[in-house]
Design a protein around this ligand. Structure first.
Ligand code: NAP
Length: 253
């Protein structure tokens, strides 16, 4: 983006960095100079990304972590601080919809709660564990969702509620840490081709020309578009925004 390695010598942490949006963010931050720690449950995926980042000349650490597991999250934070040092950028990206198209009346209570554990409690636990390892002036980005700001089609309430919580967590945290110079913001990706092979998904979407019925103006985008916005937020100066939501959606939210 800048061509000047604006994150050279800095340490970034990306949860859910094994594929999709998180992998794109990890790559983008490393290209800008950051050493990167990433976690997810699937070890082979985070290992592959870490290997790629090392080939760019960066230090990279990958660990298998379920962000809803406090012990695993604490161990990850300790390993990052021990191996890479204090953290300058933390991206809470791990998450996703656990149940899809399920009306509340038919929902399974355990599956419903799981979306809260992964998306909201995970964001809290990772932040809680890393707060003591953050440099003053660090930048935090929470990956939220338009679904946390509206519920246009119903049948997705656990994810709606979890991501709405991420929005309020962003605001509450921003107020608590601004005196340390730490900026905390939320990014709404809009509709993004995710997984290990976003290019194929984009190609298919282009062929079908399909947009979701609930939001006909949405267009599937490459995860790199989200990574660019995260990089922008990660490189703001001390007068940068905090407690805000930045959206790449193509519908009013
Ligand atoms: N794609 C979209 O259109 C879209 C739109 C709005 C918001 N988002 C948000 O963007 C973020 C990234 O999603 P994505 O679309 O890139 O999905 P993805 O391709 O499925 O990637 C999700 C990543 O999160 C990790 N993850 C999931 N549950 C986890 C857990 N309990 N502990 C640790 N890591 C976990 C996954 O790895 P493992 O499964 O191996 O753990 C994977 O690395 C999510 O927060 C999602 O809600 C996506």
């Amino acid at each position: 983006m800048s061509g000047e390695n604006t994150l050279m010598g800095k340490v970034a942490v990306v949860t859910g960095g094994g594929r999709g949006i998180g992998r794109a963010i990890a790559r983008q931050l490393a290209r800008e100079g950051a050493d990167v720690a990433l976690c997810a449950r699937t070890r082979e995926e985070t290992d592959a990304v870490a290997q790629e980042l090392r080939q760019l000349g960066r230090r990279a650490l990958a660990q298998s972590v379920d962000v809803s597991n406090w012990e695993q999250v604490q161990a990850f934070a300790g390993a990052v601080a021990g191996e890479l040092g204090r953290v300058d950028v933390l991206v809470n990206n791990a998450g996703g919809g656990v149940e899809r198209e399920t009306p509340i009346a038919q929902s399974d209570p355990q599956r419903w709660w799981r979306a809260i554990e992964v998306n909201l409690q995970g964001t809290y636990l990772v932040t809680r564990a890393f707060l003591e390892h953050l440099n003053d002036g660090a930048r935090l980005v929470n990956i939220g969702s338009g679904m946390g700001h509206e519920a246009p089609r119903g049948n997705n309430s656990s994810y709606n509620v979890a991501k709405a919580g991420v929005n309020m967590f962003t605001q509450a945290l921003a107020v608590e840490v601004w005196e340390r110079g730490i900026l905390v913001n939320e990014v709404l990706p809009g509709l993004v081709a995710n997984g290990l092979d976003p290019e194929t998904k984009l190609e298919e979407a282009r062929r079908r020309g399909a947009a979701p019925r609930f939001a006909p103006s949405e267009r599937l985008k490459h995860p790199d578009r989200v990574a660019e916005l995260v990089l922008w937020l990660a490189t703001r100066g001390e007068d940068g925004p905090t407690g805000q939501t930045f959206s790449l959606a193509r519908r009013p939210l």
